[in-house]
Design a protein. Structure first.
Length: 335
């Protein structure tokens, strides 16, 4: 099997936690407009969790030294937690957002939730179980130790918040395919029934301006030919649509939108740390940043397997670790 080596510009869809990253972007912009103390009061509405740095499993500096500019790379873990089903507390969406000022890129790297990984103190299990077992600390540790990363910060949000986040931005545009209509409408009907919403069904393929409930329904589609692999593409793609929205929000609306978004956020970041991100992003020049995506494990290095009656995505751990590190720290495409 050969891997499709293209890293594609993100399409215009939607999913979860990643609208929260935009709250950070807007907070950065608002700092210069409204000042530290005003923004600090709003940012502090987010639920804060202190991480235990000694438990994060950050890759050894000696291993990172092979990459000349690794200190210029900032990685933030983004977790989407779905508490609407029996897997409450598991991270349904796992994405690492990389601020790469060397190559002037924002990279969104998805990790397949069924990946068969070693979770500290629990042994081998699905990657998305780490958050349920030990929260952000263990989820970050699992990413760092299995894939050679140096993550020390995270942002998480529950799936149930997605409609409100999307609606805060006035909806987004999605291109709905013919083979997705059946499934998106099933989910729209289910969400309307549970939440008391009245979002209309999608009747034709093409570009649609969707509201939050429709966007959430789209993000949950996993039964098209691409299965969960396509769903991770939808997860990464949401950030581009929301990112572009955030860049065009008038400064007069920053505070209102941030206030709406941060109440759905769990993070370890405080205003001082956001200021550091502001400096990093400011050096990159927001409007000139290229947004790219990748997914690991990549095709050709992974396969589905039944282990003790449970489906897992097994993969070449050594090769994948190297591919992840080369992509994130050296902007080298996996082969």
């Amino acid at each position: 099997m050969k891997e499709d080596k293209k890293i594609k510009k993100l399409p215009k869809w939607i999913k979860i936690v990643l609208g929260i990253f935009l709250a950070i972007i807007l907070a950065i912009a608002a700092l210069s407009t409204y000042g530290y103390y005003t923004v600090n009061n709003i940012v502090n509405k987010a639920e804060k969790i202190e991480l235990k740095e000694e438990e994060l499993g950050v890759v050894d500096e000696e291993e990172l030294k092979q990459y000349d500019d690794y200190t210029e790379i900032v990685n933030i873990a983004l977790f989407g937690i779905d508490s609407t089903d029996s897997t409450s507390g598991r991270s349904d969406s796992i994405i690492v957002a990389t601020l790469d000022s060397i190559h002037n890129k924002l990279k969104l790297t998805s990790f397949m939730r069924d990946s068969y990984v070693n979770i500290s103190s629990y042994g081998y299990d699905k990657l998305n179980h780490a958050y349920a077992y030990g929260g952000a600390n263990l989820a970050i540790n699992t990413l760092n130790t299995n894939f050679g990363l140096n993550i020390t910060d995270f942002v998480a949000v529950d799936f149930a918040s997605l409609p409100k986040i999307i609606d805060s931005f006035g909806g987004i545009d999605l291109t709905i395919r013919e083979d997705e209509i059946q499934y998106i409408n099933q989910y729209i009907s289910n969400i309307n029934s549970i939440d008391g919403t009245n979002s209309p069904l999608i009747t034709t393929p093409g570009v649609h301006h969707v509201d939050g409930a429709q966007a959430l329904a789209y993000s949950r589609i996993r039964y098209t030919s691409g299965g969960d692999f396509e769903r991770t593409e939808r997860q990464r793609a949401v950030l581009t649509a929301l990112f572009n929205k955030a860049l065009n929000v008038p400064a007069t609306e920053y505070l209102d939108i941030i206030s709406n978004l941060v109440q759905y956020v769990t993070t370890n970041l405080d205003t001082n740390e956001i200021l550091k991100l502001a400096t990093k992003i400011g050096s990159m020049g927001l409007n000139g940043v290229t947004v790219e995506q990748q997914r690991f494990p990549i095709d050709g290095y992974c396969e589905g397997a039944m282990i003790d009656g449970v489906y897992y995505l097994t993969f070449d751990a050594t090769a994948t670790r190297t591919q992840v590190m080369n992509y994130i720290f050296n902007d080298q495409l996996p082969e």
